[in-house]
Structure formats: structure tokens, C-alpha cells
Design a protein around this ligand. Structure first.
Ligand code: NAD
Ligand code: IPM
Ligand code: MN
Length: 356
């Protein structure tokens, strides 16, 4: 198949991990007989430095034309507040402009990494959960205002915004273990009370086969590390999903392991590891690229419909981890870590060809 893929390396370790992602895409194209056109564009801090804007119109136009977007990460101390124009605004604008309201963040720790986690291996056994994070609403996108001695961030949700993401999450649960946990703060927030009522109705009317549970976000943060294997699909609002997935990443051993897919009404999606630009390790070639490589697998699956290729990538990652190809964030003390590039090569070496 032919596909146009927009590549936005971004800032910090973004370009380092994305370089492994593009190399993998090229290898997949070659081995499986596809033609992927990869076009790179500036977004984030690098775009501010080049053009003054975090999401230049040309970059947005490219993403709108593309079948999928692969992103590294944006941000860094150079553009931190009090700077008025910031890299993160570009990412939020891109998600909004492309209508990517559902952010899928799967957490299925690789057995090879059970001992790497700060959690006990017996807690990690059987963990296979998916967080569906609402991505274009809530407190991230409500009205913001700064006054002399106070500041406002409005948190707003409409019924339609809740309905569409809950439907997507429930459809995903239907293809899995049919259990959905909706996470909110309905004991305090009005938006959460709306969220809970709408979720109840959607599941009752459209997904009677799905078992729905509500959970308060603070309790969810606790249960995620107490009994993570009990979760199947979690659906939650924008900011709760952001915070809970950095926590859940530690089930997989490192924040560098988690991929994500941001999807909307059509097939075009944005794929990025959930981590940030990691300024503390940027430029040293030591970042973990696995989250990006697994994001490539999600891109192949969700935007290009290439399930066999997606699985080949996931198996190659699993095989590399089993072979002990571990970056600095994953190695036990006293063990030599591999560089970003070596991990990328290890996955390419283990990438199978088309099944005959
Ligand atoms: P971060 O995720 O960048 O880093 C947190 C910690 O995890 C750091 O110690 C870092 O070294 C480590 N880490 C992250 N990714 C890693 C990887 N692939 N391999 C090994 N270690 C890794 O979060 P932060 O430090 O809070 O934020 C830094 C910047 O990134 C901020 O400007 C923030 O806004 C931005 N950010 C961007 C995105 C994105 O582009 N999607 C996501 C999160 C944060
Ligand atoms: C993420 C990041 C972003 C978010 C920031 C950089 C805007 O933390 O993708 O998880 O909060 O959504
Ligand atoms: Mn985040």
C-alpha cells in the first residue's frame, strides 16, 4: 500500500527516538512491499525557533494531508513559562485541529521487564489494560484567564464529547475482556457528574454486554498499583488520563515503554510515545526508543490497517527485550545498557517478513 506519513521529531529526545521510528517504518515498507512517503516537519520548540509559532501552518497542512503522523515529544526549559509562546501549545492545537478526541494508551508489560519495574513481579503478572483518555476537551481546552492575584482554568465537557469517547472505549472493551472502568471525581466535580450520567446511559442503551464500573480518580491511582491486573479498559477525562498513564507506565518498567494512538472520526491518527522531551538525558543517545517503536506498530494497525505488520513490530520488540537489549532506564544496576540506536537496530534485526 501507499501512505503519506508526517514525521514531527520535536524537541529534546524527540528526534533521537523518532529516528528509530522512521528507520523501522522504512524497514517495514521494504520487507512487506509497501511505499511509505515520510515527510518531516517542525513542531514544538524547534518550530518556535524557526518560525515563531509552535505549529506552523505548513506543518498543520502536511498533517491534514497525511494518512498518519508520527511525533517524538515537544517542550524543554528553553521555552518554559513565563514564555508566552510554548511548544506544548502546538501539540494541543494539532490534536484539536485533527479532531483526535480519543487517546489510546495500552499498558501490557512485557514479561522480560517484570523484574525491571519498581513494583513486585507478582503484581504485574497478567496486566493488560488500555486507558482511553479523552484528548480534546476538559480543563486543557476551557477558557483560561490570568488576573493580578488569581488565575482561572475552566473545565468544560459537553454531552457529545463524553458520548463519542465512551462509545469508542466500550467498542474497544467489547473486543477485549468486556470490562469498562469509567474514572471521574463525581464526588466533587460537576463535569464528572455529567460524565458519569452520560456513561451510564451510553452503556445501558448501546453496550448492555459491557460490565461498567465507576471509580473515583484518587482511588484509581491507588488500585492501579495495588491490583493492576483487574483492569481491562479505563475511560477517563483529559487530565486524569494524562496523570494516570504516567503512573501506569511504571507497570511496564519505564515511561519510555508506553506508546499511544490519538484517533478521531476518520482513520488519520497521531502516534507518539507518552513520555516528554526528557531534557535531563537529551543529546546523549541513551533514551529508550521502545515506546516510539510500539507507537509505529499502533500507526500501522489503526491508520494503515496493517495488522500483520503491527504484530511483526510488537514481536520484534518483545524478542529484543527477551534478548536483554535494554536502555539505561531499564537495566538492573551493574548491567551495561545499550544506546538508543542499538535498541533500534535490535528490533530491525528481529523484524520478520510477510507470512507465507
Ligand atoms: P518527561 O517524560 O520528559 O521525563 C520524565 C522523566 O522520565 C525524566 O527523568 C526523563 O529522563 C525520563 N524519560 C522520559 N522519556 C524517556 C525515555 N524515552 N527514555 C528514558 N527515560 C525517559 O517529563 P518532564 O520532564 O516532566 O517534561 C519534560 C518536557 O517534556 C516538558 O517541557 C513537558 O511539557 C514535555 N512533555 C511533552 C510531551 C509530549 O510531547 N507528548 C509529553 C510529556 C511532557
Ligand atoms: C502528554 C503530555 C501533554 C499532555 C503535554 C505536553 C501537553 O503530557 O502527551 O501526555 O498533557 O497531554
Ligand atoms: Mn503526559
Amino acid at each position: 500500500m501507499k501512505a503519506l506519513i508526517a514525521v514531527l521529531p520535536g524537541d529534546g529526545i524527540g528526534p533521537e527516538v523518532v529516528a528509530q521510528g522512521t528507520r523501522l517504518l522504512k524497514a517495514v515498507a521494504e520487507r512487506f512491499g509497501h511505499s511509505f512517503e515520510l515527510v518531516e516537519a517542525p513542531m514544538g520548540g524547534v518550530a518556535i525557533d524557526l518560525t515563531g509559532a509552535p505549529l506552523p501552518p505548513e506543518t498543520l497542512a502536511l498533517c491534514q494531508r497525511a494518512d498518519a503522523v508520527l511525533l517524538g515529544a515537544v517542550g524543554g526549559p528553553k521555552w518554559d513559562p513565563p514564555a508566552k509562546v510554548r511548544p506544548e501549545q502546538g501539540l494541543l492545537a494539532l490534536r484539536k485541529e485533527l479532531g483526535l478526541y480519543a487517546n489510546l494508551r495500552p499498558v501490557a508489560p512485557f514479561p522480560a521487564l517484570h523484574d525491571t519495574s519498581t513494583l513486585k513481579p507478582e503484581v504485574l503478572r497478567g496486566v493488560d489494560l488500555l486507558v482511553v483518555r479523552e484528548l480534546t476537551g476538559g480543563i486543557y481546552f476551557g477558557e483560561k484567564r490570568r488576573e493580578e492575584d488569581r488565575a482561572f482554568d475552566a473545565c468544560v465537557y459537553t454531552v457529545d464529547e463524553v458520548v463519542r469517547v465512551v462509545r469508542d472505549a466500550a467498542s474497544l472493551a467489547r473486543a477485549r475482556r468486556k470490562r469498562l472502568t469509567s474514572v471521574d471525581k463525581a464526588n466533587v466535580l460537576e463535569t464528572s457528574r455529567l460524565w458519569r450520567a452520560v456513561t451510564e446511559r451510553v452503556i445501558r442503551e448501546e453496550f448492555p454486554d459491557i460490565e461498567l464500573k465507576h471509580m473515583l480518580v484518587d482511588a484509581c491511582a491507588m488500585h492501579l498499583i495495588k491490583r493492576p491486573a483487574d483492569f481491562d479498559v479505563i475511560v477517563t477525562e483529559n487530565m486524569f488520563g494524562d496523570i494516570l498513564t504516567d503512573e501506569a507506565a511504571m507497570l511496564s518498567g519505564s515511561i519510555g515503554m508506553l506508546p499511544s494512538a490519538s484517533l478521531g472520526a476518520n482513520r488519520r491518527g497521531l502516534y507518539e510515545p507518552i513520555h516528554g522531551s526528557a531534557p535531563d538525558i537529551a543529546g546523549r543517545g541513551v533514551a529508550n526508543p521502545y515506546g516510539t517503536l510500539l507507537s509505529v506498530a499502533m500507526l500501522l494497525r489503526h491508520s494503515l490497517g496493517l495488522e500483520e505488520e503491527a504484530r511483526a513490530v510488537e514481536s520484534a520488540v518483545a524478542a529484543s527485550l527477551e534478548a536483554g537489549v535494554l536502555t539505561a532506564d531499564l537495566v538492573p544496576p551493574g548491567t551495561r545498557p545499550v544506546a538508543t540506536q542499538e535498541a533500534g537496530w535490535a528490533v530491525l534485526d528481529r523484524l520478520g517478513g510477510p507470512a507465507r
